[in-house]
Design a protein around this ligand. Structure first.
Ligand code: GLU
Length: 378
């Protein structure tokens, strides 16, 4: 069975995240596979020429760095891994930047911790940086900030990091390039009757069971972590594919109908983002807005400082807050682009005055419409 579920795989894609595992990009002796990287960079250039934003999530820092530091293949202690990452990341980023530059594309290194993508508070900064890079036509090349992350606060596997990046950037497509071409009903290396699944609509217990047991001491790269990534991606309205990266032009291969497994979400990234914001359990504070601003929000615009009449509570930039009308009724929730102290100083004023009042130039909006979810529309 080799059904082509996505005849034009990237036809509806506007923003794509592609994740590559260490074993694809780094050889057994710590060398970066420049030819393979060139093939993937060709694919990325091709997508960008069609107007698709591309974001890379790349592993390989530890795999390169362990050889540079003379550790070879042996098991590493956490501080040795971090030293290896600090060493290898420079080479990895350089290889990417070079491969992209050869195709006229600017690459930019972004190192993230889970906090940067998972907490609403930190999320706006990382999102804004990635959005600004994409607007400028650059390709963000992302890895975990392995050097400072401690064991408990690490992503630990770049499958999950890639899914969080897709969510943060409101990407509509995530491709996990792997050494296997998708999900099978059982482990195909052990069970000859294992069937390949071209498409998964829902992560049912049956599907989750197909990943098998996580092997002890085997934290990253397996099917279990890939299904974990699928759960995050689908929740963010982003479709995801697990595909083989063991070919020269892996994204072209998917487009040509190459075997892979697609996980299909219910909603869109925009609607999922609004659900995520609306679902904040304990908003940090509120702003009260005038009737004109209420009508403007109901038409789908952003919240500007001019419409705000009061600020309640103490919150930071990036925190989720309530938006109330003059009667105190909650009408929306959103991520504030300013801390409460700053909102107090600029409320009722025009956006063009923000810089004069605060001394720095932030966003024109207090809550951008992409970061705003109506919770009680009349
Ligand atoms: N961040 C790690 C690295 O670049 C890889 C994590 C993973 O293998 O998923 O070496």
């Amino acid at each position: 069975m080799n059904a082509v579920v996505e005849p034009a795989a990237f036809a509806r894609t506007r923003r794509l995240v592609v994740k590559t595992g260490s074993a694809l990009i780094v050889d057994d002796a710590g060398g970066i596979r420049a030819d393979w990287l060139d093939g993937l960079a060709d694919d990325i250039a091709n997508l960008k020429a069609r107007g698709i934003d591309a974001i890379v999530v790349t592993s390989g820092a530890v795999a390169v760095g362990r050889w540079k530091l003379g550790y070879g293949k042996r098991e590493l202690k956490i501080e040795e891994k971090q030293a290896a990452a600090a060493t290898g990341q420079v080479w990895l980023a350089h290889a990417w930047i070079k491969a992209l530059a050869a195709r006229g594309i600017v690459g930019a290194q972004v190192l993230l911790t889970p906090e940067d993508t998972e907490s609403r508070r930190r999320h706006l900064n990382a999102r804004a940086t990635v959005a600004t890079l994409l607007e400028a036509g650059a390709v963000p090349v992302i890895n975990e900030n392995d050097t400072t992350a401690t064991e408990e606060i690490r992503f630990g596997d770049n499958d999950r990091l890639a899914a969080r990046v897709a969510q943060m950037a409101s990407a509509d497509t995530l491709i996990l390039l792997s050494d296997i071409d998708g999900l099978y009903t059982a482990d195909p290396h052990r069970d000859p009757s294992a069937r390949h699944l071209p498409e998964v609509g829902e992560l049912t217990p049956d599907i989750l069971a197909m990943a098998g047991e996580a092997r002890p001491g085997y934290s990253s790269g397996g099917m279990v972590t890939k299904l974990g990534a699928a759960r995050i991606a689908l929740g963010a309205g982003c479709r995801m594919a697990i595909a083989s990266g063991k070919v020269q032009r892996p994204l072209s291969a998917i487009e040509a109908g190459g075997r892979c497994t697609w996980f299909m979400p219910q909603g869109s990234p925009a609607s999922a983002r609004k659900r995520w914001i609306a679902g904040t359990v304990e908003p940090a504070g509120s702003v009260v807005i005038d009737d004109g601003a209420v009508r403007a929000l109901e038409r789908g615009t952003s919240l500007l400082p001019a419409g705000i009449v009061a600020v309640e509570g103490v919150f930071d930039r990036g925190d989720a807050i309530r938006v109330r009308d003059r009667s105190g009724r909650e009408i929306a929730r959103g991520l504030s682009a300013y801390a409460s102290a700053d909102v107090k100083r600029i409320m009722g004023r025009r956006s063009s005055e923000i810089e004069d009042i605060l001394g720095f130039r932030g966003r024109d909006e207090i809550i951008h419409r992409d970061d705003l979810a109506m919770t009680n529309a009349s």
